[in-house]
Write a new protein. Sequence first.
Length: 255
Amino acid sequence: MVLIRSTTRTLVIAIAVITAAILLVTTAALPQTTSTITPKPRQSEFWLNRFDEINRRIEQGNIDLLFVGDSITHFWEGTIYPTNSEPHGTAGQAVWDEYYSQRNAVNIGIGGDKIEHILWRLDHGNIDGISPKLIVLLAGTNNAKDNTAAEIADGIVAIIDKLQLKLPDSKILLLSIFPRGEYPNDLRTILANASQTAAARIADKDNVYYMDIAANFLSNDGILSPDIMPDARHPNEQGYRIWAESIEPIVSELF
C-alpha cells in the first residue's frame, strides 16, 4: 500500500510537471501582442474633453495640414496640463500662428497620449471625413518607459498604416522622436533606435517621408538646453521655432 501511494504520488507530480512544461512552451509559442499596436482609449475627463473637442473641429472640415501626436504636438496651442504640475509648452501658439495659421492647419495632439491611444483616436472620429494634403506625425515618447524600441517602431508603423488606409491621398511626414532628458540617457537611445527602425520600415511606402531633426535641439555635446525645453521634454517658444524652421523646407515642398 505504501508503495502504491508513493507511485501514485510520483505519477501525479510527473503529470503536473509535464502539463506545466507544455503550457509554458505553448504560451511562449503564441504570438505576443504589444501594447503599442493595440488601440486603447483613456478615461480621464481631460482626455475625453480634448478628444471631443478634436472631433468637433474635424467635423467642420477645411483641413489641409494635420499635426498628429501627444503633448509635444498638443502644446503648439500653448495648452498646459490641468494639474498642479509645472506648465509646459506655453509658448507654442505664437510660432503656430506664424507658420500654420494660413494653411488650414489643425492640431490633434493630446497630452499624455501613448501610441496606442493615438491609434484608438484614429478609429473614433479624429480623422473622419477629411483629406489633408499633409500629415505631420510625432509620437512615441510616452512609450519609452514601458516598451522596447522595436515595439515603439511597431506602433509608429501601425499609425502610418492606419493613416494611409483612412486617408489614402494624404502625404505623411514622420518625424524622429524628439530627445528627452538634459543629458544623453537610455531613454534617448530607445527613442532614437525606435525612430530609425520605423524609418527603415516605411522607406518603401508611397507618400511617406521621414525627417530626423532631433540633433537640431541639442548642443554639439548632446546637451538639451532648458532654454529650448525647460523640462527636458516639451519645447518652449524657441523650441517650437526650431521645430517649425527645421521642417519648413519639406513642408513647403510637400504641401
